[in-house]
Each structure stands twice: as C-alpha cells, then as structure tokens.
Write a protein that binds this ligand. Structure first.
Ligand code: SF4
Ligand code: F3S
Length: 103
C-alpha cells in the first residue's frame, strides 16, 4: 500500500502534468508517487481504473507508462485541487495505491 507519510519519507524530485512527483524514480521501471493532496503510488497502481471512473469531480486523467512492470497506464491526479475528500478512490482501489490527505 501507499505510504501515507510519503511527504516526509520521500523527496520531491520534480513535476509531471502539473503534479508533484515524489521519488525515488528510475523510469520506466520506477515512477514514484504522483500528487500531494491526492497521491497515487505509480509503482503500485495496476490501472484498475475504478478511481477515475468513480471520482465525483473527475480528478484523474490516464497517462501512458510503457515499460512499467505493474501496468502500462496510470492515473494522474491532474485536478487534485478539485478533490472534495470523499475518500471513494482510497476505498475502491484494489491495491491501495491512493492516499488522500483529507481527514
Ligand atoms: Fe475524487 Fe473523492 Fe478521491 Fe478526491 S477523495 S480524488 S473527490 S474520489
Ligand atoms: Fe490505479 Fe487503483 Fe486507480 S490500481 S487506476 S489507483 S483504482
């Protein structure tokens, strides 16, 4: 599961698609955690898609991640500023790849 304390345990290494990336990263195999308020561990995500399909405010966008061992697509929390902290994505992800810092 994603480390809910990633923001203290990891270093911010850059930005992609307008969201923070928390390392370590070593693409294409290791992609880190994307996002801060809504954070997706790209190294855990298997592209289930339930988060994207069910988020009431459409926070997520598909991105291609060819060569990643878990899946060749991931969800980028491109509209994390719109998040209403409903926690649906956290609860629905089958591999616990998402942390929302809303509670
Ligand atoms: Fe969307 Fe709710 Fe997840 Fe926020 S907590 S990203 S509003 S599903
Ligand atoms: Fe990935 Fe979980 Fe969403 S596997 S696509 S973060 S439901």
């Amino acid at each position: 599961a994603i480390d809910p304390n990633f923001d203290v345990n990891r270093e911010k290494v850059g930005e992609e698609n307008g969201v923070d990336v928390w390392g370590p990263v070593d693409p294409p195999e290791k992609l880190g955690i994307h996002g801060t308020h809504v954070a997706v561990d790209y190294d855990i995500c298997v592209a289930d898609g339930a988060c994207l399909e069910n988020c009431p405010v459409d926070v997520f966008t598909w991105v291609d991640t060819p060569g990643h061992p878990a899946s060749d697509e991931k969800v980028e929390p491109t509209r994390e500023d719109q998040c209403i902290d409903c926690m649906l994505c956290v609860d629905i992800c089958p591999v616990d790849a998402i942390d929302v810092d809303g509670s």
